[in-house]
Design a protein around this ligand. Structure first.
Ligand SMILES: Nc1ncnc2c1ncn2[C@@H]1O[C@H](COP(=O)(O)OP(=O)(O)O)[C@@H](O)[C@H]1O
Ligand SMILES: [Mg+2]
Length: 471
């Protein structure tokens, strides 16, 4: 698109000019027409006046002869220099007097009778053979006391009127174009002035970078029409800032959490290299390293899972799963470590869950893994599935230390651990609950936690859907 097409100022300026040309032209046209009509009315009234004057002179005249003998008396009443023509004739067409050779404007026939008062409406337009336009009035007059009737025809050329109008037209046209140009210019300046506020906002917006995401546009200084825009922009900044903060926190945590296992690997390997060792020692080292690698691999896998879930790249294969079967299966999987820690499971489950089997197992397993870690010896982990109004609720509760209320809101965040000292051991990266939350949002469900200090800690997952018995 051209520069002109893009510039609002230019477009509005041009629009102003168009509107001005139209309005001024209309006004100019109206004024021109008004003047033309008024000039013609003035001329017509003038012609009527001349007729009355001639009639008056005729009344004071004694005979037709004296008209012929003293034409100047009548000629004085008209002035040929001002474009007035007069012809006077007897009833039977004999010429009495004239101030022109032109006779074609004299109407044969319709004339105003001597006893009828002439009015401007009695004037008629006539166009001569040579193209000249005239206004003509034809009336009869009575000669003194003789009772003789005389035809009077008086005409006026439109020359001076036309000249006046043409001069006026030129002036109006000049005024129209000058006015339009001026309006366009003023419009341009006004629009530019008006858009100044937009530029000011844009200048503010330009100062926002990744390093000062806390900056906001000054909404109060923006005009009302731009406030919506500024507000929306600020909301976008709010969201960007919070995402950006999460992201950089995430990067920090990630670097921090990768460093520990990598350092362990490096140190152990260095120590092993420091002197020759028995093959058994190498075997121990490798198996310890293998554990660290495993931890790193699980962490990377979890990160990848979270990233893909964030970008909706995980396709769900939703099916109806029998809740009791699923919970029993997960409990069985944890049977080994649980019985080693003197912990048992209590499963109470009914109904069917609508979920992706693999993801449901992963989410519940993450909860059970935590529960197993925090349940004291002799404790019982309760796994419950219940049909609710809006879906199926699966919960995992365990006795234990409980979680401080201050940690609860952030518990599902990535890398968040309420008890750093305890979870600095190998298997804890703080990603388990984040994955649970991701899985629940993939299902359109939600995850909650409730905990009493030193009492029960209960995590519950709501899988939406009709649930009910298996078909
Ligand atoms: N059943 C539980 N009892 C007490 N604390 C828990 C329980 N489950 C989770 N937590 C707390 O929540 C934190 C986050 O859990 P999670 O995301 O699974 O990370 P990780 O298990 O890797 O530490 C844990 O570090 C722990 O502090
Ligand atoms: Mg965990």
């Amino acid at each position: 698109m051209s520069r002109f097409g893009r510039s609002l100022t230019m477009q509005l300026g041009a629009l102003f000019a168009c509107v001005a040309v139209m309005v001024f032209s209309a006004v100019g046209f109206y004024l021109y027409q008004a003047l033309a009509t008024q000039l013609q009315e003035r001329d017509d009234t003038d012609l009527v006046g001349r007729v009355l004057q001639i009639r008056h002179l005729l009344e004071e005249t004694s005979s037709l002869e004296s008209i012929r003998n003293e034409p100047h008396r009548f000629l004085d009443a008209v002035d040929s220099r001002r474009g007035l023509l007069i012809v006077m004739q007897t009833q039977d067409g004999r010429l009495l007097m004239q101030n022109t050779e032109e006779r074609s404007f004299v109407p044969n026939g319709s004339q105003l009778p001597a006893d009828v008062e002439p009015s401007p409406a009695d004037t008629k337009p006539v166009k001569l053979a040579n193209g000249i336009r005239l206004r003509v009035i034809a009336a009869q007059g009575m000669v003194g006391s003789t009772g003789k009737i005389v035809s009077i025809a008086i005409a006026r050329t439109a020359d001076d009127r036309a000249a006046l109008l043409s001069a006026y037209r030129k002036k109006v046209m000049t005024a129209v174009f000058a006015g339009a140009a001026l309006t366009a210019l003023l419009g341009f300046l006004l629009v530019r002035q008006g858009l100044q506020k937009v530029r000011a906002l844009a200048a503010q917006a330009q100062q926002v970078t990744a390093h000062n995401l806390e900056m906001r546009l000054n909404v109060d200084s923006a005009p009302q029409e731009l406030r919506v825009l500024a507000d929306s922009f600020n909301e976008v900044l709010d969201r960007l800032q919070s995402s950006f903060n999460n992201l950089s926190q995430f990067a920090d945590d990630l670097a921090h959490d990768l460093r520990t296992p990598l350092n362990n690997l490096m140190v152990q390997t260095e120590v092993a290299f420091s002197q020759p060792r028995e093959s058994e020692e190498y075997q121990n080292l490798l198996s310890s390293n293998y554990e660290e690698f495993g931890r790193l691999a699980r962490m990377v896998e979890s990160m990848l899972f979270l990233a893909r879930a964030d970008h909706d790249q995980i396709a769900l294969t939703t099916e109806r799963l029998d809740a009791a079967t699923e919970l029993a299966r997960i409990a069985e999987y944890f049977e080994g470590p649980a019985s080693e820690a003197g912990i048992s499971f209590d499963i109470v489950a009914t109904g069917a869950v609508l979920a992706d089997a693999h993801l449901l197992r992963r989410a519940v397993s993450n909860l059970v893994a935590n529960a197993v870690r925090y349940t004291p010896r002799g404790g019982v982990i309760a796994m419950v599935a219940n049909q609710m109004a809006d879906g199926v609720m699966i919960s995992v509760s365990n006795p234990g230390p409980g979680i401080e209320a201050e940690h609860l809101p952030r518990l599902f965040d990535r890398f968040y651990r309420s008890d750093r000292s305890r979870s600095s051991q190998s298997s804890s990266a703080g990603l388990g609950l984040a994955i649970v939350k991701s899985i629940m949002s993939l299902h359109g469900g939600r995850a909650n936690v409730a905990s009493e200090r030193g009492g029960l800690t209960q995590f519950s997952l709501l899988f939406p859907g009709p649930g009910g018995g298996l078909h």
